[in-house]
Design a protein around this ligand. Structure first.
Ligand code: NAD
Length: 329
C-alpha cells in the first residue's frame, strides 16, 4: 500500500490521478480509473454544455461508486466557455473533487472551497504553486516540461521541478508530466511527490474512448514524436508531431510570426477531436507527452494501476535492500 496525504484527501487506494484531457476524459475511462483504485477525472469542457456535464457525471456514477473528479481548464479558447456554469453544475451534481488548471483560477477555487470541495490545482512553476497554496487549494499537480498539452513557458523538467516543489510547498503535490510507468512513479515519490498524474498513459488503455488506431500510434511512437506549438503566442502546447503541427510551427517561424487567426483552422479543438473519432493521426492537433517513448501496450486501467502499484512497491523495497547491502560492505 502506498498511502500518502493524497490518498487520504482524495479517498483513493493508490495515489494515481488520471489527467483531465480534452476529448478523452469521458465517463468510461474516468470510472475505470476510479474502479482500479486511482482517481478518474472528467474533463468539463469536453462536454458541450453544463447540462451535458451533469449527464456525464450521472453516467460516471452508474459505472463507479468510487470517488472521481472534474477538471476545469481556463485557457484561451476559440469560443470562451461558461466556466461558472460548468462549475455550478458539477457541484450541484454532488462532485466534491475538482482539478483546476490554467489562468486566473482564483474565483473558481474560492467557489469550490466555499462549497466544501477538495481542489487540486495544476501549475507549471513553483511561483504559481505557492500562489495557489495561498488561495487555499488542497493539492498541487506540478506539471513538468515533459507533459502533454500546456507546459507553461518556463521549460523546467520534472526532475528539478518536483524536488523544488518538495522543498518549497507545504501542501502535498502530485507529480505530472513524463510519468507512465513504475520507474517514474517510484522516482516521483523519491523526489517528494505524494502521488502522480498520468494523461498520455491513460489515453492508451482499453477503456479510453479514442480510436484504436491512435492507441496503436501511441504504442509505435517514441519520445521524439512530440513538438511544441503556440510558443510564439505564449500559450505553448506539446502535441503529437504530424503534418498539421509541423505546418503550425512553420507558420509561427515565418518572419513576423503568425497571428492566432491564421492558425485557427489548423489547430481548432473541433478538428483535433476528429483524430480521436476517425483514427487518422495526421488529421489535426492532438496532445501527447514525451511518455510516448515509454508506452508499449494497451492494458485495461485495472491492469495498469495494479501493475504500477506492485512494481513501484518492488522498486522501493529493492532500494531499501541496496541500503542494507551497503551497510554490510
Ligand atoms: P479551441 O478549439 O478553443 O482552441 C484550440 C487551441 O488553441 C487550444 O490549445 C487553445 O488554448 C488555443 N487557443 C484558442 N484561442 C487562442 C488564442 N486567442 N490565442 C492562443 N491560443 C489560443 O480548444 P478546444 O480543444 O475546443 O478546448 C476548449 C478549451 O479547453 C480550450 O480553452 C483549451 O485550452 C482547453 N483545454 C483543456 C484541456 C484539459 O485537459 N482539460 C486540454 C487542452 C485544452
Amino acid at each position: 500500500m502506498i498511502e500518502t496525504r493524497v490518498t487520504r484527501l482524495l479517498g483513493i487506494r493508490v495515489p494515481i490521478v488520471q489527467g483531465g484531457m480534452q476529448w478523452v476524459g469521458l465517463p468510461p475511462l474516468v470510472a475505470a480509473v476510479s474502479n482500479a483504485g486511482g482517481l478518474g477525472v472528467l474533463t468539463a469542457l469536453t462536454q458541450p454544455s453544463p447540462q451535458a456535464l451533469r449527464e456525464a457525471i450521472r453516467e460516471t456514477r452508474k459505472r463507479t461508486s468510487k470517488n472521481f473528479g472534474v477538471n476545469i481548464t481556463l485557457l484561451p479558447s476559440i469560443n470562451p466557455p461558461d466556466y461558472e456554469g460548468y462549475a455550478r453544475a458539477a457541484v450541484e451534481e454532488g462532485v466534491r473533487i475538482f482539478e483546476t488548471a490554467g489562468n486566473n483560477p482564483g474565483p473558481l477555487i474560492a467557489y469550490f472551497k466555499s462549497q466544501g470541495c477538495t481542489v487540486i490545482h495544476k501549475c507549471t512553476t513553483i511561483r504559481h504553486g505557492k500562489s495557489a497554496e495561498k488561495k487555499g487549494v488542497d493539492i498541487l499537480s506540478v506539471d513538468g516540461f515533459e507533459c502533454a498539452g500546456h507546459p507553461g513557458e518556463e521549460d523546467i523538467g520534472g526532475l528539478v521541478l518536483f524536488a523544488r516543489a518538495a522543498k518549497e510547498l507545504k501542501i502535498p503535490f502530485i507529480a505530472s508530466g513524463g510519468i507512465a510507468d513504475s520507474r517514474g512513479f517510484a522516482a516521483a515519490l523519491a523526489l517528494g511527490a505524494e502521488g502522480i498524474n498520468m494523461g498520455t498513459r491513460f489515453m492508451c488503455t482499453v477503456e479510453s474512448s479514442i480510436h484504436q488506431n491512435i492507441k496503436e500510434k501511441i504504442v509505435a511512437s517514441t519520445e521524439q514524436d512530440t513538438l511544441h506549438i503556440f510558443r510564439t503566442l505564449h500559450n505553448t502546447a506539446r502535441v503529437f508531431k504530424n503534418k498539421v503541427s509541423q505546418q503550425v510551427v512553420a507558420l509561427e517561424r515565418r518572419p513576423g510570426g503568425a497571428k492566432f487567426e491564421e492558425l485557427r483552422d489548423l489547430v481548432s479543438g473541433a478538428r483535433g477531436r476528429l483524430v480521436y473519432e476517425n483514427g487518422d493521426p495526421e488529421y489535426g492537433i492532438w496532445s501527447a507527452g514525451v511518455t510516448l517513448g515509454l508506452i508499449d501496450d494497451i492494458p485495461t486501467c485495472e491492469e495498469l494501476v495494479v501493475r504500477m502499484e506492485r512494481e513501484t512497491e518492488e522498486i522501493i523495497e529493492g532500494l531499501g535492500k541496496l541500503r542494507t547491502r551497503q551497510a554490510k560492505l
